[in-house]
Ligand binder design. Structure first.
Ligand code: AMP
Length: 300
């Protein structure tokens, strides 16, 4: 089944306790597309400038990602983001953001993309996310990502969008802020009442929690000895979840539980290296192997 992502394609400058990288490939769309491409074919919608290196496009092509919706804006510059992680890497600070082409991003979906069954609206302005959703013809499952910036500055637009999507993915702090509730479990219930049947709350190194109708399910993070760069962990987690449901078509609680395991495993590869380095060489068999290990790790 088909899978579409709309989000940012970026050149990131990242500092973690393990090193510093400048102008490396990043952005929610890049992490999601490459992560999900391990499991299924992905259609990408995003914008880049003249400065976007050809080698990154070759990487996307090598992963069989459909780039018909990736717009190169003539005379424009690619979105840039710089961040620095604290020693434990559980918090990060955004040092600067240059929106560049993302500031005027008004995605027009290629005709064939409008019929895609599974859609991931990566973190972005809810106005843009709504504009994309309006172009879709009856998608089977739409997962929305958001962040504090939009919860604080575009709450009404976000709430309107929430009533139209099937699932929402966000981190624990964002869930508390969206629901105005410090108790995560009741915050999750409150958010469910805003529309999405499925809610996934990411808790960084502590894993993720799913609320599917009225049932909770939790997974820890994959146990890793070496984490070099957590950038893109959230997007690659979402890519494993959506990649898995796009392959199985199973949106039941059991299907979503399995998808949470795939999300955890894809994210585990991502954080082992900077930028997309941890994901590029990964094949489906590598994911399957870690899924087997991880299933054993969490089995009672
Ligand atoms: P994650 O670590 O999963 O939250 O994703 C990190 C990626 O998000 C980085 O590669 C950034 O380029 C991208 N990013 C950071 N800020 C924004 C923003 N305001 N809009 C879109 N993408 C962003």
């Amino acid at each position: 089944m088909s899978l579409l992502v709309v989000g940012s394609v970026a050149l990131d400058t990242v500092t973690t306790p393990h090193g510093h990288r400048e102008n490396v490939l990043g952005g929610s769309c890049s992490f999601f597309s490459v992560g999900a491409s391990i499991l299924t074919r992905v259609r990408m919608v995003g914008a880049i400038g003249d400065d976007f290196p050809e080698e990154h496009l070759s990487l996307f092509r090598k992963r069989n990602i459909d780039l018909a919706g990736l717009e190169r804006v003539r005379g424009g510059k690619t979105f840039r983001w710089a961040g620095r992680y604290q020693p434990r890497m559980d918090t990060r600070e955004t040092l600067w953001t240059d929106l560049n082409v993302l500031g005027r991003f008004k995605p027009e979906l290629p005709t064939e993309f409008r019929e895609t069954e599974f859609l991931f609206l990566a973190n972005g302005d809810p106005v843009t996310q709504t504009y994309v959703l309006d172009q879709m013809k009856n998608p089977r499952f739409v997962l929305l990502d958001t962040m504090n910036l939009w919860i604080d500055t575009a709450r009404e637009k976000l709430l309107a969008l929430l009533s139209r999507v099937d699932g929402l993915i966000l981190n624990d702090e964002e869930a508390r802020s969206l629901a105005h509730d410090e108790n995560l479990i009741s915050a999750m219930r409150t958010i469910r009442r805003l529309g999405p049947k499925i809610l996934i709350v990411k808790k960084g190194e502590h894993g993720a929690v799913l609320l599917h109708d009225d049932r909770y399910f939790a997974v820890p993070a994959y146990p890793l000895v070496e984490v070099k760069d957590p950038t893109g962990a959230g997007d690659s987690f979402a890519s494993g979840v959506m990649g898995r449901v796009a392959v199985t078509g199973d949106l039941s609680l059991a299907g979503l539980k399995s998808a949470m395991v795939f999300g955890t495993v894809v994210a585990s590869f991502c954080v082992e290296d900077f930028s997309l380095g941890g994901l590029v060489g990964i094949a489906e068999a590598d994911v399957e192997r870690r899924v087997t290990d991880f299933t054993d790790f969490i089995r009672l």
